[in-house]
Write a protein that binds this ligand. Sequence first.
Ligand code: NAD
Ligand code: MG
Length: 358
Amino acid sequence: MQTVNIDLGNRSYPIHIGSGLIDQQGLLASHVRDRAMVVTNETIAPLYLDKTLAALGNVPSSSVILKDGESFKNLDELNHIFSALLNENFDRSCTLIALGGGVIGDMTGYAAASYQRGVDFIQLPTTLLSQVDSSVGGKTGVNHALGKNMIGAFHQPVAVIADMDTLATLDERELRAGLAEVIKYGFIIDSDFFSWLEDNMDALLSRDPAATGEAVRRSCEIKARVVEADEREHGMRALLNLGHTFGHAIEAAMGYGTWLHGEAVSAGIAMALDTSVRLGLIDEAIRTRGLRLLERAGLPIRAPSQMTPEVFLKYMARDKKVSAGAVRLILLDGIGRSHVSADFDHSALHATLEHFSG
Ligand code: NAD
Ligand code: MG
């Protein structure tokens, strides 16, 4: 087991990464204060719920099983967690345990942020995306019919336990989508990690446990350092949104779930590379190198044909990352170097949108 610590003063916590961690005697229970409520969904419960409850040993624990899917990441479904907690008289000293991907993690985190004005929670992420991204950093929340992640809170977990063994049952497409966020970390901040990914992409695609554990550890380290520097996204944390302004437009315009988030982010990174070339920030060779790695991960580097510049702009203008009316983009200055900008030549952006439209 490897542990990455995230240092946020009295909100600090460990991120444990390794194989067999759910089963590891005492590990999960050591982070529970009193009683535990495991929150999971209909897909994950048959795979990992018994194991998780067994690992809690003699900690008094219950579970609540939600419906599976982004379309159930809403206030109605969230209420099932509160009902279970209240029915069983859980008090403020309880600990919620999120057993699942990013949807379960975000919902459980938000339930923990608001139940009796805030209780502890542990992340047990079971998708690659949630292990490298959503379980770390304390953003929690649910969707509203009028917007994704529009209701939420910053609430840090007390521990993250990423068990590599859970990835064995993950869909191939979900695995690849998670790799998009892994590759993103290399692009924005760490050229050594990018080179490491070039050397290890085949091992990652074949789910080699050592390579996967290393990719998760390095991703969590990068995310931890960024969140430590800027917990509430006033500055540097925005770099984590590379490809996301374009990607969110693709996800929303296609209808959520048609393109997975990571797939849309991959196409979005290809677009950010294109704009960066047009602005003269990077040369063609860097773009080619970047696109090759995304392609090797089996990820899209073109937008869907329905996306015209007009559709892109409509959705991009709605994106949360637009501040004071200006579209903000994460632009690349090289492999491992990036910056946020609202002040760039918009003709380059328009040329990118033209170039990527159907
Ligand atoms: P997800 O939670 O929907 O999981 C994907 C699918 O895989 C689901 O059907 C799930 O039931 C299934 N699954 C999960 N683990 C499995 C396993 N081990 N074996 C088999 N099937 C398994 O999707 P996700 O990609 O993990 O997370 C996406 C969500 O995360 C979005 O709602 C997004 O907004 C959120 N997110 C949050 C943050 C953050 O900082 N809080 C960051 C990124 C994404
Ligand atoms: Mg993302």
